[in-house]
Design a protein around this ligand. Structure first.
Ligand SMILES: [Zn+2]
Length: 465
C-alpha cells in the first residue's frame, strides 16, 4: 500500500502542534464510545488507537444523498434501516459528526437533452418533459425547495439528536453538544433556474454550497457529462453566480463540472472552492474525477477535494468489468426474451442461467479508496483533502466501507499507512472547517458590495478567455 507522504511537512513538530491545537479546541467533545471488537485482519493495538483518533476528530462528510430517500420514500433517518448506506444511528456508530445533505435536483427536472432519464418514474414527474429553454421555469427550484423541506422536517422530528447548522461555529457547537450537525448543499446549479435571486434565497434558507452543474449543461455552466460543450466553461452569468456565492458566503463546488468550467471557476473565485464528491483521475480515469493539475490548482486556491467512495470512480477495472458484463448480459437477455414466451418455463430457465453466468462484479477493496486519499494528500498536500462519501447516491461502495458504520476503518487504514493524527484530523473534517471559515471571512470582506444582477442581453455570452 502507498504510504502517507505529506507534501511540505512530513511529520514535523509543526504538524503535531497543529494537530494538538485542533484536538484541544474540541476538548469538550463527548468521550469516544467503547471500542468494538477488532475487525478481522486488523492489529488490535492500532485499531484501538485509530478508534480514539477517529472519535477525537470532527468527522464531516460533504455529500450524503439520503435526502432523496426522505423526500421520495418517506424515509425516516432516525431509524436504523436494513438497506442503504446512511441513517442517524449508523452515522453515530461510525462517528460521523456532520453532514452536508445533498439538495439534489435530478437533471430530469431541467428537461435537457440528456436521454438517460427519457423514461422517468411517474411518482416524481407528472409533466415530463420539462421546458428546455434557458431561463424558462422548469420545476428545478421547486424540487430543491421540497428537498430542503424534507430535511427540515427530519430535523424537526428529531430535535434532540440533530440540529441545522450554517456556519463552522454552529457545526462545532452541535458536535460539542453531542448532536448531529446537518448542513445543506445544492447539487445541480439548474436549481436556481438561471436566477441570481433564487441563489440568494437558497442561501437565506441555509444552503452553504452549490455544485455548479449535475449531469447536464445549464444556463450558466458546462457539465463534464455531455460530449459536446454548450458554453465552453462558464458564461458571463456563470461568473456572476461564482462571485455572488463568494459574496454570500456559499462554497462553490466544482464536482460534476467540465474541465473548462473548473478552470473558469478557479480564475473567477475570490474564495476557496471544493470538489464535494470527486476522486482522482490518475487512479481511475473518469471525467467526474480530478487530474493532478486540478488538485494542485485546488491547493493553490486554498480549497479541497473530498474523495468520493463510489466503486466506479475508484477502480477503473471495476467500472470496465461491470459495464462489459452488464452489456453482454443485456444482449443475451433480450435474445432469450425474443425467443421464449413471457412467463414460460423456458424463459425462467434461461434467465436463471444468465444469473449464474453473470454474477455481480466483485466490489473493489477499501484499499482502493485509501489509495485515492493518500495520493490526494501526496499531490495536493494534507491541507486540501477531505471526504465526500456519496452515501445513498451511488450503487456500489468498496468492500470494508459497506455503510456509515464502517468509517473508523478508514481512519485505521490511514494510520496504518503512516499518517499522523494531525493529518488524519484534517482529512476527516479539519480541512472542510478551514474552507468554510475562509469562505465566511471572504463574505465578511465583501459585505456592502453587490448584489450581482441579471443583464439578459449579455449574460449568455461566453466568458472572455
Ligand atoms: Zn453527484
Amino acid at each position: 500500500m502507498r504510504t502517507c507522504r505529506v507534501r511540505g511537512f512530513p511529520f514535523l513538530a509543526a504538524a503535531a502542534a497543529l494537530g494538538a491545537a485542533m484536538t484541544s479546541a474540541l476538548a469538550q467533545e463527548p468521550a469516544a464510545p467503547p471500542c468494538p471488537e477488532t475487525p478481522a485482519g486488523y492489529r488490535q493495538e492500532l485499531w484501538q488507537q485509530a478508534w480514539q483518533i477517529h472519535h477525537r476528530a470532527v468527522l464531516i462528510d460533504t455529500h450524503v444523498d439520503t435526502t432523496t430517500r426522505v423526500l421520495d420514500q418517506g424515509f425516516d433517518m432516525g431509524q436504523r434501516a436494513a438497506d442503504g448506506h446512511f441513517d442517524l444511528p449508523r452515522a453515530a456508530a461510525g462517528g460521523l459528526d456532520a453532514v452536508f445533505y445533498s439538495i439534489y435536483v435530478d437533471s430530469r427536472f431541467y428537461g435537457d437533452e440528456h436521454t438517460l432519464f427519457a423514461d422517468p418514474p411517474a411518482s416524481i414527474n407528472d409533466d415530463w418533459p420539462r421546458p428546455k429553454e434557458p431561463g424558462a421555469a422548469n420545476g428545478s427550484a421547486r424540487r430543491a425547495l421540497m428537498m430542503i423541506d424534507g430535511l427540515l422536517r427530519t430535523i424537526e422530528r428529531h430535535p434532540t439528536r440533530m440540529v441545522a447548522c450554517t456556519t463552522a461555529d454552529e457545526l462545532l457547537a452541535a458536535v460539542r453538544a453531542g448532536k448531529h450537525a446537518a448542513l445543506m448543499g445544492i447539487e445541480g446549479g439548474h436549481a436556481i433556474e438561471g436566477d441570481l435571486g433564487l441563489l440568494r434565497l437558497f442561501h437565506q434558507l441555509g444552503v452553504r454550497y452549490m455544485t455548479l452543474t449535475h449531469t447536464v449543461h445549464n444556463e450558466f455552466a458546462d457539465s463534464c457529462a455531455p460530449a459536446e460543450p454548450r458554453w465552453g466553461g462558464l458564461n458571463r452569468l456563470g461568473a456572476k453566480v461564482v462571485r455572488e456565492m463568494n459574496r454570500l458566503g456559499m462554497v462553490v463546488d466544482v464536482s460534476h463540472v467540465s474541465d473548462a468550467t473548473f478552470a473558469d471557476v478557479l480564475r473567477t473565485t475570490s474564495a476557496p472552492v471544493i470538489c464535494s464528491h470527486s476522486s482522482l483521475r490518475a487512479l481511475c480515469p473518469h471525467p467526474r474525477n480530478v487530474t493532478d493539475d486540478m488538485l494542485r490548482a485546488l491547493a493553490a486556491n486554498g480549497g479541497a477535494v473530498m474523495i468520493n467512495y463510489n466503486c466506479g470512480f475508484l477502480d477503473a477495472d471495476y467500472a470496465k468489468n461491470k459495464s462489459g458484463r452488464e452489456q453482454t448480459r443485456r444482449i443475451q437477455e433480450k435474445a432469450a426474451r425474443d425467443k421464449f414466451a413471457d412467463g414460460s418455463a423456458e424463459l425462467q430457465a434461461a434467465l436463471k442461467s444468465l444469473d449464474s453466468r453473470f454474477p455481480p462484479v466483485d466490489r473493489p477493496p477499501l484499499a482502493k479508496l485509501v489509495a485515492h486519499v493518500l495520493r490526494a494528500i501526496e499531490i495536493a498536500g494534507a491541507d486540501h483533502v477531505g471526504l465526500g462519501s456519496d452515501f445513498d447516491g451511488v450503487p456500489c461502495l468498496p468492500q470494508g466501507m459497506d455503510d456509515a458504520t464502517f468509517l473508523p476503518r478508514l481512519t485505521y487504514e490511514l494510520l496504518a499507512a503512516g499518517c499522523s493524527e494531525a493529518v488524519i484530523t484534517k482529512v476527516l473534517g479539519g480541512n472542510l472547517l478551514r474552507v468554510l471559515r475562509a469562505v465566511e471571512a471572504r463574505a465578511l470582506q465583501l459585505r456592502g458590495t453587490g448584489p450581482e444582477l441579471a443583464e439578459p442581453r449579455t449574460d449568455q455570452e461566453r466568458l472572455p478567455r
